[in-house]
Design a protein around this ligand. Structure first.
Ligand code: AMP
Length: 213
């Protein structure tokens, strides 16, 4: 009887571009071009390993419930989702960026209740509570940078890399909430049941990360 394959959840975009070379160093290579395919699950050079491609915010869910054994996801999404439902054994140190507050260039910090637009509502709630700042949260799913200019919010909480997107929309980064990079997460039961292959993959990925430093 063939054993059930190990399923690894990845996301398209920047993480995929940066993670595939690391996976290649760990001898996991998809048999077709993931970026150019509309498929969502892919075979690899290894009989017992498959790669699925889903939204980043769904990776923790798939891994917590065991539909994927392993996932790669930014710690921004892990902070938003909440940890504890899976193991988090490795920082791949790729797709680095920062989670920051941003506001219109030159704007004075407002008094009273600030309107904060973000898709990271749990993170924002926690951050401003720690600062003792009362806020009104406005949940958006994209194009956050428009919210202040359109009068919807005083500031936003978003991912910043070079800062060009903020600047192009008349915003500047203010407070750093967290440094972000891609993490490997592992389902707790899979870690026991598929221990040999998961350990082997983690050790090869760990070496690939170290070789880059
Ligand atoms: P930038 O203009 O370089 O500051 O890039 C900011 C935009 O790129 C943000 O709106 C993010 O959505 C996206 N971005 C940059 N880095 C990452 C990353 N590591 N993971 C996810 N999105 C990112």
């Amino acid at each position: 009887m063939r054993s059930t394959p190990l399923v690894i959840a990845l996301t398209k975009g920047r993480i995929l571009e940066e993670v595939l070379p690391l996976f290649e160093q760990a001898n996991i290579v998809p048999v077709e071009n993931i970026a150019q395919s509309r498929k969502l699950i892919f075979d690899t050079n290894l009989d017992n390993v498959k790669i699925m491609v889903i939204r980043g915010s769904d990776v923790p869910t798939y891994v917590e419930f065991g539909s994927a054994d392993v996932g790669v996801v930014g710690n921004d999404l892990l902070l938003e989702y909440g940890s504890g439902g899976f193991y988090e054994p490795l920082d791949l140190k790729i797709a680095k960026c920062r989670l920051m507050t941003a506001q219109p260039i030159g704007a004075k910090p407002g008094k009273g209740r600030l309107k904060v637009a973000t898709k990271f509502t749990n993170i924002a709630k926690k951050y401003f509570a720690e600062q003792g700042q009362q806020i009104e949260l406005i949940k958006l799913n994209g194009a956050l940078e428009l919210a202040p200019a359109m009068g919807l919010a005083d500031l936003i909480v978003d991912i910043v890399d070079t800062g060009k997107t903020l600047k192009a929309n008349g915003l500047e980064p203010k407070q750093l909430i967290a440094n972000v990079s891609s993490r490997v997460i592992v389902n707790k039961a899979s870690m026991k049941i598929k221990n040999v292959i998961i350990r082997e993959i983690l050790s090869k990925l760990r070496k690939a990360v170290e070789d880059r430093e």
